[in-house]
Design a protein around this ligand. Structure first.
Ligand SMILES: CC(C)(COP(=O)(O)OP(=O)(O)OC[C@H]1O[C@@H](n2cnc3c(N)ncnc32)[C@H](O)[C@@H]1OP(=O)(O)O)[C@@H](O)C(=O)NCCC(=O)NCCS
Length: 213
């Protein structure tokens, strides 16, 4: 069995480590879970189901390993995914909590996705790579999700919605059926998207409007 590297040591990385620990307890897949830190000062730190064994320089060690990105910012997820893609000894499995509702016969799922406890997916859904589906989000029929999208807890993505690459969907966001959201859009916590978004920006409120500071 290979090790699993979790890239990052933040709160979200700890949640990814816990998810991996629960998956491994249900069906053993990894010999061990290691966290890779940005700063060497964190080496040795005990985190859920593993500890920090080094910096991300360990990605250059040419030994087969799986990796998961424990960082919740879409652009950073993309940068790390690109870096790892250039290292053929690394693989990016989908991490799917046993209590997620997924119907593999009716869903296309790329690689490196994180599906946490309570996420619900219905049918005819297409998901790219390196996305996050956090606690208790719901994804309706015929939804299309690009790459490196982060969907925070409690979001409801209605049927037929399309989300472009690197969108950040704040906790509790609601998106009404059939709408499109442009790549690189941020939806603030609690926003209600009632019209398609074609210009990437930060949107907040009910209904969602561009955030003006
Ligand atoms: C929308 C968001 C991206 C804005 O972040 P930001 O650019 O740092 O903005 P600020 O915090 O400086 O807030 C700017 C203004 O927008 C308001 N605002 C911030 N988030 C808001 C939201 N979700 N809905 C409505 N208004 C919001 C602030 O109150 C502030 O208003 P003010 O100028 O009248 O004081 C952020 O607040 C957000 O909602 N992120 C998602 C967080 C999330 O879901 N995390 C999940 C963790 S699991």
């Amino acid at each position: 069995m290979k090790p699993l590297y979790i890239i990052g040591t933040s709160g979200f990385a700890k949640e990814v480590g816990q998810l991996a620990g629960h998956i491994n307890a249900a069906t053993p897949r990894w010999s061990r879970i290691e966290y890779l830190a940005e700063e060497a000062t964190n080496i040795g730190l005990e985190l859920p189901y593993g500890c920090v064994t080094g910096t991300d320089a360990l990605l250059d060690r040419e030994e087969p390993a799986d990796f998961a990105i424990g960082i919740g910012r879409p652009k950073i997820r993309q940068r790390i995914a690109e870096r790892c893609a250039a290292r053929p000894w690394l693989a990016a499995p989908n991490l799917i909590h046993p209590n997620t509702l997924v119907d593999p016969a009716w869903m296309k799922l790329g690689q490196g996705n994180i599906l946490t406890r309570g996420a619900v997916f219905t049918c005819s859904i297409v998901v790219g790579d390196f996305n996050v589906f956090n606690l208790n989000c719901t994804i309706g029929h015929d939804v299309r999700i690009g790459n490196c999208v982060v969907i925070n807890p409690g979001c409801n993505i209605s049927g037929g919605v399309s989300l472009g690459d690197r969108c950040l969907v704040g906790t509790g966001v609601q998106i009404l059926e059939g709408l499109g959201v442009a790549a690189d859009t941020t939806l603030g916590a609690g926003a209600l998207v009632s019209k398609s978004i074609t210009e990437p920006a930060i949107y907040v409120g009910l209904p969602a409007r561009p955030l003006s500071k």
